[in-house]
Design a protein around this ligand. Structure first.
Ligand code: NAD
Length: 358
């Protein structure tokens, strides 16, 4: 099969880590007989330097014409003083909107070999953690009506949470589909005991569940979910929730893994095209030193195989290679601990590429 992949290396450590991810893509192509057509484009600070825009029209067109987009990271001190809409990060919002991406998928995985990195007690994460948070990305209170007014003689401000059934149904469908590819457990998180928008959310998710009889659906209030993630994270498989609740819970879930350089994400829309990127930024403090952890970028490739290209076997190959290298005791400096072998960005990429097995 032939696949078109756009690579946006970006700024800071972006080019270093995406180079390792590209190495993995090429090796998978060789091992599995796929033709991956890789095309690089500019986004972020490097695009501002070259064209004046963080997301040039040409980049967006190339992305739209591809099967998947792999992004490194954007941003850096050099561009910090530009106005908001011309900063590298504006490119991120632009590309999500431009590609119609409304679902953000963030796995939080604790590998048994990295259990010590978790701030949670060893017995709580004894068997590892593998959660996927599916967050609605383009609706809810972050996009609702807001404003200021004077009430009772006092200055007041308001923000509005609003979801319609179509918005809830499409994100819930993404979550049910993701659960079907995993352990088939879905927890929908809301605040239906208080919020009308949450009651509509819950009704809509419940209705859709009849189309996914294999998935075990449960509902949880957001305050309880925040607590349960710490008390017993192993109970969760897929969590689906609104934009604001997902913003908070996905950060909480990623923190329980303890290692930002290990966490990947996907942003999906109604078609197959998706944007895959590490959750970390461009880490200018360590750029160019061959010490950045490339694993989040490499695991983003696994998500790309799974969600945009329908290559589940290849996705598992990448995940298993990462786990095998960690089990062999190799670590980049951010996740190193006593008794492990510290390696640089390039070497870690090579080790994972060599560990890929059909
Ligand atoms: P950051 O995620 O870049 O770095 C936070 C800390 O984590 C730093 O100490 C960094 O060295 C470390 N770190 C991050 N990724 C790592 C990796 N792969 N391996 C080892 N260590 C790693 O966040 P920041 O410092 O707040 O932001 C730096 C720049 O990145 C800013 O310009 C910010 O706007 C931008 N940013 C971009 C994205 C994105 O492109 N999606 C996301 C967040 C921040």
């Amino acid at each position: 099969m032939k696949y078109n992949i756009t690579v946006l290396p970006g700024d800071g450590i972006g080019p270093e880590i995406t180079a390792q991810a590209v190495g993995v893509i090429k090796e998978i192509g060789r091992l599995r007989g796929h033709e991956f057509i890789l095309r690089e484009a500019l986004m972020g600070g490097c695009a501002i330097d070259a064209t004046g825009s963080p997301l040039p029209d040409e980049t967006l067109s190339i992305c739209k014409a591809s099967d998947a987009v792999l992004l490194g990271a954007v941003g850096g001190h050099k561009w910090d003083n530009l106005p908001g809409d011309r900063r590298p990060e504006a490119g991120l919002l632009g590309i999500r909107a431009g590609l119609g991406l409304y679902a953000n998928l963030r796995p939080a995985v604790i590998y048994p070999a990295l259990r010590d990195a978790s701030p949670l007690r060893a017995d709580i994460v004894a068997e590892g953690v593998d959660i996927l948070v599916v967050r609605e990305l383009t609706g809810g209170i972050y996009f609702g009506q807001r404003g200021r007014r004077v009430t009772d003689g006092l200055e007041a401000a308001y923000d509005t949470e609003q979801y319609n059934t179509a918005e809830v149904e499409r994100i819930a469908r993404t979550a049910f589909e993701a659960a079907m590819k995993r352990r088939k457990k879905l927890t929908s998180v809301d605040k239906a005991n208080v919020l009308e928008s949450s009651r509509l959310w819950r009704e809509t998710v419940t209705k859709l569940a009849s189309q996914y009889p294999q998935v075990e659906l449960s509902h949880m209030y957001v305050d309880n979910a925040a607590m349960q993630l710490i008390r017993d994270p192993m109970q969760f498989d897929v969590i689906v929730t609104s934009n604001m609740f997902g913003d908070i819970l996905s950060d909480e879930a990623s923190m329980i893994t303890g290692s930002i350089g290990m966490l990947q994400s996907a942003s999906l829309g109604s078609g197959k095209l998706g944007l895959y990127e590490p959750i970390h930024g461009s880490a200018p403090d360590i750029a160019g030193k061959d010490i950045a952890n490339p694993i989040a970028a490499i695991l983003s490739v696994a998500m790309m195989f799974r969600y945009s290209l329908g290559l589940e076997t290849e996705a598992k190959m990448v995940e298993e290679a990462v786990e095998a290298v960690l089990n062999s005791g190799y670590r980049t400096v951010d996740i190193s601990s006593k008794g492990t072998t510290t390696v640089g960005t390039v070497r870690m990429g090579q080790l994972i590429t060599e560990a890929l097995k059909t």
